[in-house]
Write a protein that binds this ligand. Structure first.
Ligand code: ZN
Length: 392
């Protein structure tokens, strides 16, 4: 039985029962799933004998018909631990998801919600991985998909959107240009061609950040039902870190785990609106001239910027912005010292962890989790170019 009660608008507080809800019908604000924890008894044994990425179904609105997303490995990185001067470093490896990124968790839930809402099309503006994932999950659910991607999105993302049979609009420019094209198309669609679009982007429905909660559940269970001391996550839209924090609070509220980890938001210094907000103590402001090699994190005005900022603040963590060259070197370091192939977004988190360690944020016995959001081979060309520029 799920403890799910419905959705609440984070802006006006309205409550909505519709399982396929996207935004608040009163004020168009973001929705968040809410639960009644009083009525459920959840000891750790409740999860024994269950498997898969959706086994914590008491803490989800519903369980999707997925294709093996979630339940990813938590990989020990002993050399990084030594280099950082902490007890243990673990890498939560979201590269293991079906299309090679953490986005699959969200899209599995979005596709199921769209099916329940009788929508026929999943649509979004995306930096790339989200489009690949949307095309895959739309195909599985028998839905159409429309992805608006900036021209700088990786070849792999664009190719795989095509391979899955998704409709793709490549928009000259950056993510905000793709988002403007998406908005324009949605508003100008002739009534005769009207499609029932279900928004697949983060915070345009309550499902993307909700689907990130199991990342934390899985980490805590792998650590013997304890919280790690710190989680360093790359932040783009803000959905993943917001979901991690929600999951951590739920496990504490239900008594499954004592305490919560400090969350650290890592962004490239060429586009770091959340880090800037954390450093100045204000709300995130749109980043004026985004410029970073990390396409998935080049989100100048993230829909979940405030949610991410509030999550990090509430956890007792902070933000860290890192240089493009450092984050590329860090992705290569993980590949060379640990053997693990990680995204350059994870390189951002790793470079951030180095800065945080130097800044005294970690203790010598701490368990630090780094989030690898996507398969390293999606970014192979970028990291290899950096190595070649150094004559390697
Ligand atoms: Zn509202």
């Amino acid at each position: 039985m799920s403890a799910f009660e419905g959705f609440r608008c984070t802006d006006c507080g309205a409550t909505i029962d519709d399982e396929g809800a996207t935004r608040c019908p009163e004020c168009a604000g973001s929705l968040d799933a809410r639960y009644d924890f009083e009525g459920i008894d959840l000891p750790p044994e409740a999860f024994a004998g269950r498997s898969g990425g959706w086994k914590h179904h008491e803490l989800l609105p519903f369980v999707p018909d997925g294709m093996g997303e979630g339940a990813t490995s938590l990989v020990d990185a002993p050399r990084l631990a030594e280099e950082l001067g902490v007890g243990r470093v673990l890498i939560k490896n979201e590269a293991e998801n079906p299309t090679g990124s953490v986005t699959d968790r969200g899209l599995a839930l979005v596709a199921e919600a769209a099916r329940r809402a009788d929508a026929d099309t999943l649509a979004l503006a995306t930096t790339g991985n989200g489009g690949q994932s949307t095309a895959a999950y739309a195909a599985r659910a028998g839905l159409l998909s429309r992805s608006f991607v900036p021209s700088r999105a990786t070849f792999i993302n664009k190719a795989m959107i095509n391979v899955h049979g998704g409709d793709m609009h490549v928009v000259e420019g950056r993510f905000d240009d793709a988002r403007a094209a998406y908005e324009g198309k949605r508003e100008s669609m002739p009534a005769a061609e009207e499609e029932e679009w279900f928004p697949a982007a983060p915070f345009e429905s309550p499902f993307r950040h909700e689907a990130a909660k199991p990342i934390y559940y899985e980490i805590a269970e792998a650590l013997g039902w304890t919280a790690p001391d710190a989680v360093v996550a790359p932040v783009g839209h803000g959905a993943t870190i917001a979901g991690l924090w929600k999951g951590a609070r739920e496990f504490e509220t239900t008594g499954l785990v004592a305490g919560t980890p400090e969350l650290y938001a890592a962004q490239p210094d060429g586009c770091a609106p959340v880090v800037e907000a954390l450093e100045t103590g204000s709300d995130p402001e749109p980043w004026e001239i985004p410029d970073t090699v990390v396409g998935p994190l080049e989100i100048p005005d993230p829909a979940g910027g405030l949610a991410a900022t509030e999550a990090v603040r509430a956890s007792g963590g902070t933000g860290v912005a890192v240089d493009d060259q450092d984050l590329l070197d860090s992705a290569a370091t993980v590949a060379q010292h640990e053997g693990l192939e990680v995204s350059i977004a994870c390189g951002t988190a790793t470079a951030g962890a180095w800065d945080l360690a130097e800044g005294g944020h970690f203790g010598p016995e701490d368990t630090v989790v780094l989030l690898n959001t996507a398969a390293g081979n999606k970014d192979a060309d970028i990291v290899r170019s950096r190595l070649m520029s150094q004559g390697i």
